[in-house]
Design a protein around this ligand. Structure first.
Ligand code: F0G
Length: 467
């Protein structure tokens, strides 16, 4: 059997946080009480928490030190200028608007630019982006590249389908499309990266039709690492130079700094247009805070400023991407099919393939997520029909997810190789008895982002007689 190596961590541990594994009986009871919604389980009842890589990572000693420098002045805090300076250095945008997390940047931006019935194309919307766009009367549309749907290990499966994008613009008219988004890396498509060539092509189409081009850049540093290693011409450029080139093609960006900002909280919008910035800031003051803190404390802005710089470090990124690659290999070896190649922040188990006897309507992804907790105290998240399916809150149309996935997201600089080995061991146990797993049924749900609050019950196994 092939021996895979976890990359050596480019850090040592200075402070630890204890974790404990509840007994099987306790875990079964906890699941029942949480109505089989993994979001409702208390963190202290989780052994390995792979729910998200968002705001969950470990900060460096430099970040903790920067926290003490936080200037908590209401207006014009030094922390803001340190934060603004680093964001400008990376994005080269004129206006940096701080927000306490990514979805507020989305809210402020979409509230400002959208008219009812406008379309917002994206390589693939993340769920909060999709919800914010439709909540403000927009119609989010996804154009993932055709390669995203095939099994081959191609390097840039996060790309935009630029042909479909252009024909969509021609069909609907550019006046119905105020902005095109590019999500880097493409979270909902397996954390797959987008190539610089695809970014340039998309930007050129937007320019041709006079449409703004924006990044949803939560994981842009990871994306730039992939460009450096898999796209000819970028081998000898620094990650920062690649990032600067990437942002130079855009009119702006929205960022959740809880990912590649290596911080527990934070975000921003970066825009060039003066008038747009002004209108966004007016709304920001109402819903978030004064423009030099926007919902963050001074110390948050300082940790983000340091984190943004640290995330561009190549030793760190080599470890980060190498860790995810290792994780993918050991999960696959344990018997679960995954989306390949592995992306930047998570591995995605293809639960549709893993549990073919559970139909989409019975949420095979959620069935696997529940089993991971039951078997090993592990928390992952379903990204399939529970998250994306159901009915469009605006049009009422039935929506089906492209794939039934379970995401195991890896918090940055937090878990060691042996934690991941444990997860693979549990996946191996589940693989041996996967035919015994049954599906789930929704008993309560909301119209937007239903997966956060949904309640479910277990369906009897063998219900459809295939198992
Ligand atoms: N855009 C992308 C691509 C994201 O992955 C997220 C969050 C957001 C925007 C929203 O940012 O959470 O700071 O408001 N993703 C997290 C996740 C929640 O688990 O993937 P936020």
């Amino acid at each position: 059997m092939e021996d895979y190596k976890h990359p050596a961590e480019p850090f040592r541990i200075k402070s630890i946080e204890s974790i404990a594994l509840r007994t099987r009986e306790e875990r079964e009871q906890i699941l029942k009480e949480a109505k089989y919604n993994i979001f409702k389980i208390k963190a202290e009842d989780i052994y390995i928490d792979l729910l998200t890589d968002s705001g969950t990572g470990a900060m460096s000693t430099t970040q903790w030190a920067a926290l003490m420098l936080g200037d908590e002045s209401y207006a014009g805090a030094r922390s803001f200028y340190r934060f603004e300076n680093i964001v400008k250095g990376i994005t080269s945008k004129k206006h940096i608007i701080p927000t306490h997390q990514g979805r507020v940047a989305e809210n402020v931006f979409f509230s400002t630019v959208l008219k009812r019935g406008d379309y917002i194309p994206n390589n693939t919307h993340f769920d909060t982006t999709r919800a914010n766009a439709s909540h403000k009367g927009g119609i989010p549309v996804d154009f993932p590249c055709p390669e995203a749907a095939i099994a081959d290990e191609l390097p840039f499966k996060g790309n935009m389908d630029t042909r479909r994008l252009e024909s969509f613009i021609n069909e609907k008219g550019a006046d119905k499309i105020p902005v095109v988004f590019m999500t880097v890396t493409n979270n909902s498509m397996g954390g797959q990266p987008v190539s610089m060539a695809n970014i340039k092509e998309t930007a050129a189409i937007c320019k041709k039709y006079g449409i703004m081009f924006f990044f949803d850049c939560a994981r842009y540093a990871e994306n730039c690492y992939f460009i450096k290693h898999y796209e000819p011409g970028y081998e000898s450029k620094t990650i920062k130079k690649i990032a600067q080139e990437m942002f130079s093609y855009s009119d702006g960006a929205l960022m959740s700094a809880k990912k590649d900002g290596l911080a527990n909280m934070g975000g921003f919008a970066a825009v060039n247009d003066d008038d747009l910035a002004q209108r966004m800031i007016e709304l920001l003051i109402i819903i978030e805070g004064f423009p030099t803190y926007g919902g963050m404390s001074g110390r948050d802005m300082d940790t983000v400023a340091v984190g943004l710089a640290e995330a561009l470090n190549e030793d760190y990124l080599a470890y980060r991407i190498g860790q995810i690659e290792y994780f993918g290999k050991i999960i696959e070896r344990a018997g679960a099919p995954i989306i390949k190649p592995t992306g930047g922040h998570a591995i995605f188990i293809d639960a549709g393939k893993f549990l073919p006897h559970i139909p989409s309507e019975e949420f095979p992804g959620q069935a696997l997520a529940v089993e991971l907790y039951k078997e090993g105290g592990i928390r992952g998240v379903e990204i399939g029909s529970l998250m994306f399916g159901g009915y469009d809150p605006v049009t009422g149309e039935k929506i089906t997810a492209l794939r039934e996935l379970v995401r195991l997201a890896v918090p940055r600089r937090m878990y060691t190789g042996s934690h991941l080995d444990y997860v693979a061991e549990i996946v191996g146990k589940i693989a041996k008895k996967k035919g015994e797993l049954g599906g789930l049924k929704i008993t309560r749900q909301s119209s937007y982002l239903r997966h956060f609050t949904v309640e479910l019950e277990k369906l009897a196994m063998n219900r459809i007689g295939i198992v």
